[in-house]
Design a protein around this ligand. Sequence first.
Ligand code: HDE
Length: 754
Amino acid sequence: PNPVQKAVDAVADVVSRPAGRAHAEGPGAPGVEPPTVAEPTEPRAPLPPKADQDEPAAVSATGRDSHAPRNVRAQSSGFLTTAQGTRVADGDHSLKAGPRGPVLLQDHHLREKITHFDHERIPERVVHARGAAAHGVFRGYGTAGEVCRAAFLAEGVETPVFVRFSTVLGSRGSADTVRDTRGFATKFYTTDGVFDLVGNNIPVFFIQDAIKFPDVVHAAKPHPDREIPQAQSAHDTFWDFVSLHTEATHHTIWNMSDRGIPRSFRMMEGFGVHTFRLVNAEGASSLVKFHWKPRAGVHSLVWEEAQLLNGMDPDFHRRDLADAIEAGAFPAWELGIQVFPDTPEQTFQGIDLLDPTKFVPEELAPVRPLGLMTLNANPTNYFAETEQVAFHPGHLVPGIDVTDDPLLAGRLFSYLDTQITRLGGPNFAQIPINRTHAPVNDMLRDGFHQDAVHTGVAPYKPNSLDGGCPFFAGSADHAFIEYPTPIAAAAKVREAPASFADHFSQPRMFWLSLSPVEQQHVIAAYTFELTKVHEQAIKERALTVLANIDAGLCAEVASGLGLPVPAATVEPASASPSPALSQLGASWPTQGRVIGIVADPTGDPDAVRQARDTIRGAGMTALVIAPTGAPLAQDLPVQRTFAATRSVEFDALLVVGTPAPAADDLGARDAKSGATRGTVDSRIALLVNEAYRHAKPIGGHSSARAVWTAAAVDPQAPGVLTGGDLDEVLAALVGLLGAHRVWDRFPPPAPLPP
Ligand code: HDE
């Protein structure tokens, strides 16, 4: 037959063949009839990887053992060149008609340089714009086999990861320690392709259906007229929305709790939020929820610290993560799952597993550990890696599948879509940080920023010209095969299941699970936020929501606002507390904690040196604080001066000596006028007083008693340690740090009088 007829016959044959299942099992699979098509049925020879795809680690920014990095450019070689590699003789002066004359349009170097600069910025993420990231490794425990066949979970398998933490609301340049949810997105570069676990540090979400996402984000982002406030939920539109749309109540109370202001990215839990489906080697399905458990424990700032930090060090979380990794205090998390049987109802003990505003208490379904993730390297270039990384909940590997959570369904659409705008086209998977470490053999072609030079002539299937390659893989070849979830016959409707209407039982459970100190923080947070709301009707509506959670919580916030206590509109739900939700009560490793040593430059440098070395020896960071930056001795540099630090940088303070006030010290002048504070530098008094109010452990040599007096610190208060032997004081201080704060010291005493 002539070639046209041959092609027509081949197409007819393919069309008449029953749907691809047999083919999907892969060529040569036992018991499978080879398809009778003109397309070859056996790979004649495996196609070699495409030129840009061989040894992905070698061309990936994530492959640290990369031996032939491409696209790595820096100011490293001898001569400055243009983008075309032409050496530049003068990059400091535009080409002009005489030294005082007009600049000439023919200056192609000027135009290239300015044009490139004009296009340096890309759109920031529409949410989660501000983030910080790190590289690391995930090591499977081999405990998942019973429920999940994913290869990277097998015992001892090490998989490179890249993790990006973020705030949700603020712009790229906003501050780190705002009250907000934190993103916790992990890219696993597995041998079966990329798996992204795109989670948050809060296990529930504001909405139950993706169609509401633009609403909640528009309400929470700055007001459209003045574009304020930045990175805050304390404003009218946010509270307007969440008080009207009460399915947001649960996520909101988590935000108002200490979870909304983490001490560090290193000290946050992570949650996959939705229920996912895991499939084991036999093809059996289980429903699961993913958890990340930080080795360092879950810890938070107090609100005053968070506010001070936003001014003092808006990059606090970003710096903390990078510093810890650089210092070798590698943050680590255990990945775990709660497992539920995959029943037709998709509920567990009455909790609807498809409702993302609900979680399952760990007391009902314990978290089973699957492996350990350790972050051990900082990014080399913020833009190339942290900014250009593209996560997507639809990046799945064999063994991990999705459920019908309606919020997840919308996300599966949104993330791919948003990258096309943000990263300028459909080829963002070729950006080094996004490249899979598995060989790629796709038939995607062309498009903006195509980096590959594809060979071959037949980027289509079926084909005979490229030997019929590539072939479909079967389950045994590690193909991703959707779990054949049965779909019940149903009418097409815009409706939610009845259980989605319960908006208050779990917020109440959360509230009842907190310790009194944590409950006080929640009351203070609602009071702060609602005080910033201008519309009276919104405040009143928000109080009604609180009445539906708990009468006591509502009464306290109403009293702070000076408003009457409204009646609840629903019967109080019966809820038993989940002790696992409280952040208090345990002791955690102190590795990577920061202790400030307040040093007296006229005192004994040996004591400072010894304290510093002991702290470092225990895997913590010691920062010496002194009145000026002058080293205290040749080997004793000063890291912080009183002019450039506040207590909020430290987890604990150790006072070694008491530097006398400088001549220009406000406190000293006060002292001269008889006001107070004696001979202690007032900046030390402030430092110590703040640390005291924030319930941090404070230690000092016996001579520090004068500091305690100046700082209005009760020397008998819990966690104030004074003694003649600094080593002993330090040991006790570190012991207290294990519990993060000296919780007995709350509620905090009043601030220093002005
Ligand atoms: Fe996202 N989300 N999201 N989200 N999300 C984005 O994707 C979206 C949701 C989360 O560090 C965007 O690449 C929709 C839940 C994280 O790069 C966008 C809905 C959870 C990050 C998007 C949600 C998340 C994002 C913006 C409701 C926790 C940052 C830029 C259906 C499980 C990832 C981007 C990073 C980012 C859409 C809800 C987590 C627009 C439509 C629930 C951690 O695609």
